[in-house]
Design a protein around this ligand. Structure first.
Ligand SMILES: [Zn+2]
Length: 543
């Protein structure tokens, strides 16, 4: 099987295998409707909805095909007819339930025999049928860039581009515009140019034109980023590593392929005060002050359709996301958070273990991940909380290991005050509040559970003023005393906030009981013996 795609052609995106036979003679031999129907049926088969013993039989009603392809009834019927006997064999099933009892056998494109469902691995692969890949979410989802929403010439050009990427074994490839147009079966150069532009605007492809030649990159449609650029990146920098809750306790892909109003707001938010002039352009784009050169008048042109920018002053160019990151000085996490704020979604980093319900990443002071704690579903028998620890090895997470270290170190270089709590969840709670005391940042840390303190952790707290927030129980008191002893040894100033008088166990409960961020700040400043906004932090003494 030397002709199959590289495994990483689509990175982590789920893939749909399509027979390369459809691209014989330098031209896709199927009409758009037939191509769409074939994708719908193969996708249905590949998601496992078929009989395993004997010939594969995919049950898919006419209405289901219409829903998946976005086609009306006649084009679907024509598409099925075109595929009949070559790629599919439609079988009217004896009536059982429902009104549309049809099923499809999938045929070997070279000899027309029905493929057998027995065996493991993908159907085309185990029958030695050469295939190329498209992202399966192109067929299954209902995003603006999906099969059911795009036009027929866009579909043909997109599938032709995926086909060519497979031929060249690269996600980024150069091609003569005419070759791609002919493979797609598009006669008019104008229609072709429009289709290509639409695919770029949808985020499916990125295209650079050099005369008659095109440099084409297949993009992750969720992030609009060329797949090849993501292969060596740390997942923490990669937008495709962010997810949103699906409402059933799991997460699903979140889209960074954003609508114009969201993009406008993102861009506005990222403009620096005093440099936030926006010049509307005749073509609907904007001009803003360029962050890549000393720009006084807006000279950086933004195209919202292509989601790209282009500076006339310094020739900087790139994606709108890159521009927003640069203008706002955001990292990817901040960018994801802002997108969430504008779209009303809670966007969270992906947890690699699909059963995990929460994740706490331990990073060093520079922000590199070192280990993480995954919160797993409770033990079914005992109901106990279950955690799993993983460590970071050459940009991958592996089970077990990881250094003993404090949580939240990546904030320490910016913080004057450090709040010590028990457990990562409470630390996240406090960090989420973005506390500042007298204009100086306060961040939260923990060593983990109440038994986890080690004396050497205190070395990281040199130069800080520490606020201890133990749980209001015996284990919490012991944890507090252990930390206090380490701080005393090093003459690190600290104070204690006690939650017992407030009738709650810890900071998370305190806030959940209806108290506000200001209430918590009041407790902290009272413990520190300073009045918010006035006293100097230097005045704080150890107990
Ligand atoms: Zn510039």
């Amino acid at each position: 099987m030397s002709e199959v795609s590289r495994k990483n052609m689509w990175g982590d995106l789920p893939k749909l295998a399509m027979p390369v036979a459809i691209g014989q003679e330098k031209r896709l031999e199927l009409k758009p409707a037939a191509l769409a129907v074939l994708m719908a049926v193969l996708q249905e088969q590949q998601k496992g909805n078929h009989r395993e013993d004997g010939p594969v039989l995919v049950r898919m009603s006419h209405l289901e095909i219409m829903a998946t392809t976005g086609l009306t009834t006649n084009p679907v019927a024509k598409g099925v007819k075109e595929l009949q006997g070559r790629y599919l064999n439609r079988i009217k099933e004896p009536s059982g339930k429902g009104f549309d009892n049809q099923a499809f056998q999938i045929l070997h494109p070279e000899n027309g025999s029905a493929l057998d469902g027995t065996g493991t691995g993908s159907l085309l692969f185990r029958h030695d049928i050469r295939y190329f890949q498209v992202p399966s979410e192109f067929v299954t989802k209902d995003e603006p860039w999906c099969l059911r929403r795009i036009g027929s010439s866009e579909l043909m050009v997109y599938v032709a581009a995926c086909f060519m990427a497979n031929q060249t074994r690269e996600n980024l490839f150069d091609v003569q515009a005419r070759d791609l147009r002919e493979l797609a079966g598009v006669k008019s150069t104008e229609t072709f140019a429009k289709a290509l532009e639409a695919l770029v605007n949808l985020g499916l492809l990125s295209v650079e034109q050099h005369g008659r030649s095109l440099s084409i990159a297949l993009c992750d449609p969720w992030t609009r980023t060329p797949i090849h650029e993501q292969l060596d990146e740390d997942p923490a920098d990669d937008l495709s590593s962010f997810r949103e809750p699906d409402g059933r306790g799991r997460t699903k892909a979140t889209s960074f392929n954003l609508a114009r109003p969201v993009l406008e707001q993102l861009l506005k938010q990222s403009l620096r005060p005093g440099m936030d002039e926006i010049v509307m352009q005749g073509n609907g784009g904007w001009k803003v002050v360029c962050p890549y050169h000393a720009d006084r008048n807006p000279s950086c042109s933004v195209d919202f359709d292509k989601q790209r920018f282009n500076c006339f002053g310094c020739e900087a160019k790139g994606t709108l996301k890159t521009l927003v990151l640069k203008l706002g000085d955001y990292d990817t996490v901040e960018y994801a958070k802002r997108v969430g704020g504008l779209t009303g979604k809670t966007i969270v980093p992906r947890v690699a273990d699909s059963r995990a319900t929460g994740e706490h990443v331990y990073m060093d002071r520079k922000g590199y991940p070192k280990k993480r704690i995954l919160r797993m579903p409770n033990d079914l028998k005992t109901g106990d909380k279950v955690f799993k620890q993983q460590s970071r090895m050459s940009k991958r997470w592996v089970d077990g290991g990881g250094p003993k270290m404090l949580y939240g170190l990546e904030r320490f270089d910016f913080a004057s005050y450090v709040v010590c709590v028990e457990g990562e969840k409470d630390a996240d709670t406090v960090n989420h509040l973005e506390l500042s005391i007298n204009g100086q940042m306060a961040c939260a840390t923990t060593s983990g559970g109440a038994q986890s303190w080690e004396d050497h952790f205190a070395a990281e707290l040199q130069g800080k003023t520490v606020v201890l927030m133990p749980d209001a129980d015996e284990a919490g008191a012991n944890y507090r005393d252990e930390i206090a002893a380490s701080l005393d040894t090093r003459s690190i100033p600290y104070k204690v906030v006690d939650f017992a008088p407030h009738g709650v166990k810890d900071v998370t409960e305190y806030l959940e009981s209806g108290r506000s961020k200001d209430d918590l700040l009041g407790l902290i400043t009272a413990a520190l013996g300073i009045e918010a906004e006035t006293a100097e932090p230097e005045a704080v003494q150890a107990i």
